[in-house]
Structure formats: C-alpha cells, structure tokens
Design a protein around this ligand. Structure first.
Ligand code: ADP
Length: 469
C-alpha cells in the first residue's frame, strides 16, 4: 500500500501535478478565508441582534419607570399599544409578575408556548430548538412594591437567512475559484511545458536524423528561453566539433593512404622481380623502409595532436629555467646536426616560465626541426629568449627558404604544407605547427610567424606571465 502511494506521483504528468497543486492551494486559501469570514460575520450579526433586544428592553423599562407609581400593574396591563409599537418582526414581548402571571404580551410571528420564568438579574441566552434559533432576554422590573420580568423572545430568522445566503454565495465563489484556478493552471502549465516539450521533440529529431535540429526562438525572455538558447549553442559546438573530427579523420586517412600505396607498390615490385634481381631488391627495400618511417612519424604526430587537442588548459605549477633549458636543448641538436650553427641570444630573462617542461620541449623541437628542414643552404639558426613587462618571448629564426605570404596564415592548419611533394620527401607531415599551436594555447600562449621568401623565417612564441597561487 505504502509502495503504491509513493509510486503514484511519478506516474502523474507534470501538467496534472501543476494544475492539482495550484488548485489545491487556491482552494485551501479560499476555504480558510471563507471559514473565518463566515464566523466573524455570524458573530457580528448575533451581536447586532442582541444589541437590538437589549435596547428594546431598556426602552420598555424606562417607559414603565416613567408611569405613575400607584397603578403600575394596571399601566403594564394596558401597555399593549406601546409594546406593539416597540415590537419587531419575529419577536415576542411579555411582562409577567414575580409569580409568573402574564400581565401583557405582544407577539409578531408564531411562537411555541414558553413557561414564564421570573428573574432577579438580567439574563440573555441563545437557544436552538427544532432548526429554530432564538435569543431569549429577561430583565427584572422593580418599581416600588412591584416585582416582575420583561421578557423578549427574538427568533433569529433574518440572521439565519442571511447566513444561509452567505454560505451559498461563498460556496458558489469557491467553486468558481477552483474552476478558474484549474483553467489558469492548465494554460500556465501548457505555456511552461511547451519549451520543454519542444526541447524533447528537438532532441528526438536530432537522435533520429542528425545534428541539424535546433530549438525555435521564443518571443518572451525568460529562464526557458535561456535554456533553449543554451541548448542551441551546445548543439552548434557539438556539430562543429563533430565536423572537425570528421574532417580530421578524412585528412588523416588521406595522408596515411599515400605512404601505404607507395609501400604496396614497392612490395608488389619486390614480389614480382625483386627476388631474382638484387638491384631491385636493394632499392625497393630501402624505399619501403623510408615509407615505413614516414608512416611511423605520421602516426606519432597524429597521436600527439590528438593528445594536445584533448588536453585542457594547463594549470601547471612547473617552473622552467629558460636559459638552462635552451642551452641543454641546443647541445643535443648540435650533436645530431653537426653541420648547423646554433646561436642563442638571451636578453633580460630572469623570471622562470610556468608550464610543463615536456610541453616546451615538444614545441621547440617542432620549431627547430622546421628551421633545419627548411633552412636551404644557410645552416645558421638563431634562438632568442627575452622578457618584457608582461611576457616571456621565445623565437626560432632560420635564414632559409621562407614561406610565401599567402601561405603564412595557413601553415597552422592540420596537414598543411606549402610544397606538398617536396615537403613529403623531407619527412614533413604538415602536423608539427598545429601540434605546437595547440600546446602553446593550452599554456595560454600565442604563436606567430614572420617570413620572407629566400630570406628566412622567424617563429615567435609569447607566454604572458601568470600569477602563481
Ligand atoms: P611539416 O611537418 O610539413 O613541417 P608543419 O606543420 O611543421 O609541418 O609546417 C607546415 C608547413 O609550413 C611546412 O610544410 C612548411 O611548408 C612550412 N614551414 C614551417 N616552418 C617553416 C620554416 N621555418 N621555413 C619555411 N617553411 C616552413
């Protein structure tokens, strides 16, 4: 049983929940308000009735007191005319002596037979008998030797009618309020749920037929508009990154296809002729090995690029002492490329760089490799390290073939090579600068190129100072 009750709200749709809770809240508020109002009106009306009775009693008492003293009983007996004037609708006025003998009586309406009940003190009470409510008030009347009681019985018919009327009006208003609140609840819930339904519909469409689906704009500016705008922006981002990934896979497979086809060509040549011809065997094996190396470096570069693209902005707390780092790096390069002259120029470089040393290593290897690959006849390479007020600047400069101006902005694109055929031969994959740019961006830096065909190229990196926590 408990389980059933707990499960129930989950099965009720949101629209019904909103309508039910809204209507219940309005109904309860209205009920409470009506209840209090009914009771205070009832109390006030009863007070008014009581007040009217008291006033009549006082007036009658005053009237009798002003009569001559000696014949008071007779005066009372003869006061029918006066009592009729004083009497109201649904009201009985009697005066009896202290034995209960009725001296005078006037009634306006039908009353049950009531036993006289003489009193010594003022007494007012409310009685209910057979659906009839009434106020009975008795005042003692003492004038010299005479002792009696003035009694008023006032039926509460108009009070009852008034209260019945009020009850009916309140009930009708209550029903109208519930209906109105339910209708407005339905309208509000529909308005509220429309964007959410649209969102669900759009998501379903996207699931079935691709990334193109978007939420429609809404006129009103509210939280739900913000939600749908956010959803659209998120979908734009997802679509963009999906298209980028697709393009990347297409480019990568295209790049991998060339060495694979060349390798296939050499191997089939070997298969057909190479076994008998040692010259073909040698040449083809050598060429195949070259292609395998290119394939390997392409795959390594691809992996590095993916890794760099997937890693988030670095919040490294590693410090690199730039001069030490550069001297060590150049020492290694001098060993591998003894035909080159590397020159380091350091200016004003006091602060350490805040970034993972591994990243800086990878970036400079790419730039130095390029400087070597595209150096042409001039075998000099200049490495610059300096600091200004805001940042550390590192640059690698060669005096080689340079880059034509129309290509400069494109060399950071993946697989972009200025001279496709020639660059392939010197082992270029077109990925180096994209990897470097991504690694630099991950460390909040920027990269730029200045180049002149035939004169050389300078690649500069700028790392703004970071505040270390
Ligand atoms: P790659 O592996 O082909 O060198 P990169 O992304 O490092 O790929 O460079 C992209 C292209 O930019 C190169 O193919 C080359 O044409 C050009 N390039 C890069 N660095 C230099 C440089 N120092 N001098 C001349 N051209 C360069």
């Amino acid at each position: 049983m408990i389980k059933k009750i707990r499960k129930l709200p989950k099965t009720i749709p949101w629209q019904t929940k909103l309508v039910l809770s809204g209507s219940t809240a309005i109904f309860l508020t209205f009920f409470l308000f009506s209840f209090l109002e009914y009771h205070s009106v009832s109390k006030w009306m009863l007070k008014r009735e009581e007040f009217a009775v008291k006033r009549t009693l006082t007036d009658i008492t005053t009237y009798y007191k002003e009569r001559p003293d000696n014949s008071i009983e007779n005066e009372i007996k003869n006061s029918n005319e006066f009592l009729r004037k004083m009497n109201d609708k649904d009201q009985l006025i009697r005066v009896y002596d202290h034995d209960g003998k009725i001296l005078v009586s006037d009634k306006n309406g039908i009353f049950p037979v009531l036993e006289p009940s003489p009193v010594n003190v003022k007494r007012i009470e409310k009685i209910s008998a057979e659906e009839n409510d009434a106020i009975i008030a008795r005042y003692p009347l003492k004038i010299n030797h005479f002792q009696g009681t003035i009694e008023i019985v006032r039926e509460l018919n108009s009070y009852k009618k008034m209260m019945e009327h009020l009850f009916m009006v309140m009930t009708l208003f209550g029903i109208a309020a519930i209906i109105l609140s339910a209708i407005s609840g339905i309208i509000l819930a529909q308005q509220l749920l429309k964007p959410i339904r649209d969102l669900a519909g759009t998501m379903k469409k996207i699931k079935e037929s691709g990334f193109q689906g978007r939420m429609n704009g809404y006129k009103q500016e509210d939280e739900l508009t913000e939600l749908s705008n956010l959803f659209n922006e998120m979908m734009d981002e997802i679509e963009k990154s999906f298209l980028q990934q697709k393009q990347f896979i297409e480019d990568a497979s295209h790049e991998l296809r060339t060495p694979a086809s060349i390798l296939e060509g050499h191997l089939s040549l070997l298969n057909r002729w190479g076994k008998k011809d040692p010259a073909i065997l040698d040449e083809s094996l050598e060429a195949s090995l070259q292609e395998v190396l290119k394939l390997k470096s392409l795959i390594i570069n691809l992996l590095e690029l993916t890794r760099a693209e997937n890693s988030r902005i670095s919040h490294s707390q590693e410090f690199v002492n730039v001069p030490d780092f550069l001297y060590q790096l150049v020492k290694n390069f001098e060993m591998i490329h003894p035909e080159f002259q590397f020159k380091i120029r350091i200016n004003n470089l006091y602060k350490p760089l805040v970034l993972p040393e591994q990243h800086l290593h990878q970036i400079l290897i790419i730039l130095l490799d390029n400087a070597i690959k595209y150096s042409g006849e001039n075998k000099q390479i200049l490495i610059i390290g300096e600091q200004n007020e805001h940042s550390t600047i590192l640059a690698v400069e060669d005096f080689g073939i340079g880059i034509p101006p129309e290509h400069v902005s494109k060399v950071f694109n993946r697989f972009y090579r200025v001279d496709k055929a020639r660059n392939r031969d010197n082992g270029g994959t077109g990925l180096g600068l994209s990897i470097a740019k991504r690694l630099i961006a991950n460390n909040k830096g920027t990269i730029s190129i200045e180049s002149k065909v035939g004169a050389g190229t300078r690649v500069s990196i700028n790392f703004p100072f970071v505040r270390v926590k």
